[in-house]
Ligand binder design. Sequence first.
Ligand code: ADP
Ligand code: MG
Length: 260
Amino acid sequence: MTMLLDIRGLSRDFGGVKAVSEVDFHMNTGEILALIGPNGAGKSTVLNMISGVIPPSSGEISFENQPMLQVAGHAYASLGITRTFQNLQTFDDMTVVENVMVGMHSKGKSSLFACGIKLPTARKEEKEMREQALKWLDLVGLPDISSRLAGSLPYGKLRLMEIARAMVSGPKLLLLDEPAAGLNHTETAEMSRLFKEIRKSGTAILLVEHDMDMIMQVADRIVVLDQGKKIAEGTPQEIQENKSVIAAYLGEEEEELVKG
Ligand code: ADP
Ligand code: MG
């Protein structure tokens, strides 16, 4: 097992609020690590720092033994880190395949949207990019709808389309912020299957999710945050039985289930 991501003393303040406080964890190549915790625990802020959306207030993030703090935001996909966001980020008046091809933008030598003149090299590159995008649409379970406008798709399919977009550049680490939120049981099961396929292909996944069934099914390890701090780390089994996790989070989830 090789270390892929190493996070030490990671902290982020917003004004007086300590959103993330002295968090340490690591990820190995090709593993699925779930990052869980109540709303406001700091999960999205951690993903935002790993993907360069915001800088940490202090602490270190290294990826493949390289410190990441000086890397510019647009360089992340070419380093091998891609992500989806908690809210949908889709282009409604572009087709599904074009939405996925956006994820290859940083890879193409001739820019995808500067192809107006269509030089032969650009045309060949675009064809390869399209084929790769179609391959991923197939893998996420969305064959046959590549030429439809994204705006005409239901929410669950747009969530899958976003995962295809994040995978099309062949990342080493995929960051997902609540990918199953708003999905029904069947869609969630389908997504769990997809995560296992992605792991098999060699991509590691850092999964922020509330659906405990999904987490128990797919996660190799779990890190639990509460009020910005790491309160537990372990296997799904260990976390399920951890008293402080139950008090801070799982108990609350169960109450919500009971309330319906
Ligand atoms: P989670 O994803 O676990 O629900 P977040 O990382 O979104 O939690 O938020 C953690 C804390 O940081 C919350 O108190 C939230 O209000 C605060 N926070 C997050 N982003 C910002 C921001 N851009 N400006 C100010 N406060 C923020
Ligand atoms: Mg969040």
